[in-house]
Ligand binder design. Structure first.
Ligand SMILES: Cc1cc2nc3c(=O)[nH]c(=O)nc-3n(C[C@H](O)[C@H](O)[C@H](O)COP(=O)(O)O)c2cc1C
Ligand code: SF4
Ligand code: SF4
Length: 446
């Protein structure tokens, strides 16, 4: 039996799955239903001086039958009175003492920080999350990402929070910066107990081309919003790993951005996160997704022989290097499985027009779309010379880019196979290569 309980900067939870600060954690009723469904923690919808929200507020990118691969919002922080939020935090904590309840906070002045921190702790919050990330609305008022983009301000406000707080303080970082590391280090200097990342990415999701107004539309006006959901996961993973691999950065990380399945979560854990937070996937599918996440994580850990979360956290970090440390002697080539190939030739077109022209057609081959090709195969080829339709790879020329494997519609039909694996070709990094070149030049001169 594996133990998936976790500790992020002194905040303990029965499992590493938390609701992110967002609409799903807006009320006590929602957070309590989420805990009943299995979530281990919740970061409450950001508290501050209550605001007025606009209508409409969300926009999305859909990809054919897949809804919401990217979500954009122009919502601000809580629009409910603070005393109502604190009462519900108190009730939730009383009912669920073992679950993590974290108060997300965003105010302006030092006095306001002192006041809201005291009230959050009095209400029973297990930790605080300073929202230095919101990229719309609040940043125009000098808060959110306006703080997160300035390391000196981030450090100063973090140190105020640490001065006033008796519970752990996480800083939620904005991805709207060139390099996340100086911002994580600023929070560390301010005394933070951990960081959470990412908040949303400043963006315009789309434009209504009939009305000629960007979306989401508020009458005939619109503004930039914050982007999240599956589409942002690669950016979030990179930022998480950039901090986790920096030897100067020593804080725990709560990973956020596009998590919707146990696999997504495991990717964050492997890259250094000790918990993950989820917003879009819950807005899309509801609280119940956590059941699969817990089961999937436990099964994965059992399969890998990992007993506790610390056994898993950061396991991929030693494998993440600078480009200059990659092995120039490592080589893979594409191999086509002729038995499962449907002869659609998508790989041929992709390699011919978009890569290195090393997939070839046999003589007499006719190009067909995948649907027709599948039909023909099902009907015993209808007299078409099937063998002629299956392309082949010139392995000498193949650079191993993976493109044909990615465009092939048949699972496992194209595989990338290691070649030239012999002792005479030891690891050669670009840094080694440069050094060897310099030595060769020097020898020629000498
Ligand atoms: C509608 C909406 C409202 C949000 N409100 C907040 C907020 O009040 N405070 C905050 O820190 N983050 C807020 N976020 C950002 C999320 O907490 C999270 O960082 C982001 O959505 C990325 O996670 P995801 O890809 O799982 O959605 C909001 C996101 C959405 C979509
Ligand atoms: S894309 Fe895949 S199925 Fe289509 S021809 Fe190439 S290998 Fe065969
Ligand atoms: S891996 Fe790249 S270069 Fe090699 S055959 Fe496929 S598309 Fe062409």
């Amino acid at each position: 039996m594996v133990d998936i309980s976790t500790n992020t900067g002194g905040i303990h939870s029965p499992n590493p799955f938390w609701l992110a600060s967002a609409p799903p954690s807006n009320t006590g009723d929602q957070v309590q239903r989420a805990f009943d469904a299995g979530w281990g923690g919740a970061v409450w919808k950001t508290l501050g001086t209550p605001i007025v929200n606009v209508s409409s507020r969300y926009g999305a990118i859909h990809h054919f039958d897949r809804r919401i691969i990217g979500l954009n919002n122009i919502e601000l922080i809580t629009d409910r009175p603070l005393e109502v939020n604190f009462k519900e935090i108190y009730e939730t904590k009383k009912k669920y003492p073992k679950h993590a309840v974290i108060a997300s906070l965003m105010v302006e002045t030092k006095e306001e920080w002192q006041d809201i921190i005291k009230r959050s702790i009095d209400a029973g919050a297990d930790g605080l999350e300073l929202n230095f990330g919101c990229p719309h609305g609040m940043c125009e008022r000098g808060m959110g990402s306006a703080v997160g983009q300035e390391p000196a301000v981030n450090e100063e406000i973090t140190s105020w929070a640490k001065e006033y707080s008796t519970v752990p303080v996480l800083v939620k970082l904005t991805p709207n910066v060139g390099d996340i590391v100086p911002h994580g280090l600023a929070s560390q200097r301010g005394g933070a107990d951990g960081v959470s990342l990412i908040n949303t990415i400043k963006s315009i999701i789309s434009v209504d081309i009939d009305r000629m107004v960007p979306e989401p539309r508020v009458g005939d006006r619109a503004t930039n919003g914050g982007y999240c959901g599956p589409a942002v996961r690669p950016i979030a993973l990179h930022m998480c790993a950039a901090l986790a691999r920096d030897p100067r950065f020593q804080l725990p990380i709560s990973g956020i951005g596009g998590v919707g399945t146990w696999r997504d979560a495991v990717e964050f854990f492997l890259l250094g996160a000790s918990t993950v937070q989820v917003c879009t996937a819950v807005m899309h599918h509801g609280f119940r997704i956590v059941e699969d996440m817990i089961e999937g994580l436990e099964t994965y850990m059992e399969d890998k022989g990992l007993a506790t979360m610390p056994d898993l956290i950061g396991k991929a970090i030693p494998h993440y290097t600078a480009w200059g440390d990659l092995d120039l002697n490592y080589k893979v080539v594409a191999k086509i499985d002729e038995d499962s190939c449907i002869g659609c030739q998508k790989c041929y077109v992709a390699c011919y027009d978009g890569s290195h022209q090393c997939i070839h057609l046999r003589e007499g081959a006719v190009r067909l779309d995948p649907v027709t090709a599948a039909k023909l195969k099902a009907r015993d080829h209808m007299g078409v010379d099937w063998e002629a339709r299956i392309p082949f790879v010139d392995e000498q020329e193949c650079v191993g880019c993976n493109l044909c494997q990615m465009v092939c519609p048949v699972p496992n039909c194209v595989t990338m196979v290691e070649v030239d694996k012999d002792e005479s070709k030891p690891l050669l990094t670009y840094k080694d290569f440069q050094r060897q070149e310099a030595e060769r030049k020097a020898a020629r001169k000498g």
